[in-house]
Design a protein. Structure first.
Length: 149
């Protein structure tokens, strides 16, 4: 029983920690030295449905898989809950960012509660600046209170 509780705790802690990882990598990596991959997400300079920015999803999928391998190959118990936490955050990010906000698939169009409006406002402010520097709102699920009003 204790192992199951610990497993769930590690998975949820990983999920929450991934919001910080997403914020940090978005601010300092995507808007930093890998801007050339992220730029097409801000400046639609392509006709493809896919963006170079989508490579970041592949990177985090590989990290998640790596933790699953720690569990499967080496029996390190915390590898699987960490892998699941990263996977669940990635799935949530995809649902919120790509489907809900950017409407890459036409779903969740009528979501209109205070939190949903706050996420959309914060992301709109982020995309208002199309340059690498001087951006704001780099996270995804944690919305600054001023956008929830």
């Amino acid at each position: 029983m204790l192992i199951k509780i610990l497993w769930i705790f590690v998975m949820l802690l990983t999920f929450v920690f991934m919001e910080f990882v997403a914020w940090f990598s978005h601010k300092y990596i995507m808007h930093g030295f890998l801007w050339y991959l992220h730029k097409d997400h801000h400046i639609k300079d392509h006709k493809s449905w896919f963006e170079r920015n989508d490579f970041f999803f592949i990177f985090y999928a590989i990290v998640s898989l790596g933790f699953a391998v720690l569990w499967g190959q080496y029996g390190i118990w915390f590898g699987l809950p960490i892998a699941f936490g990263i996977f669940l955050y990635g799935l949530t990010y995809f649902l919120v960012h790509d489907i809900f906000i950017h409407q890459r698939f036409k779903l969740f169009r009528n979501s209109n509660n205070k939190y949903a409006r706050g996420i959309r406002r914060a992301h709109k402010i982020h995309h208002k600046n199309i340059n690498k520097e001087k951006g704001e709102c780099f996270g995804m699920l944690w919305v600054p209170f001023k956008y929830l009003k």
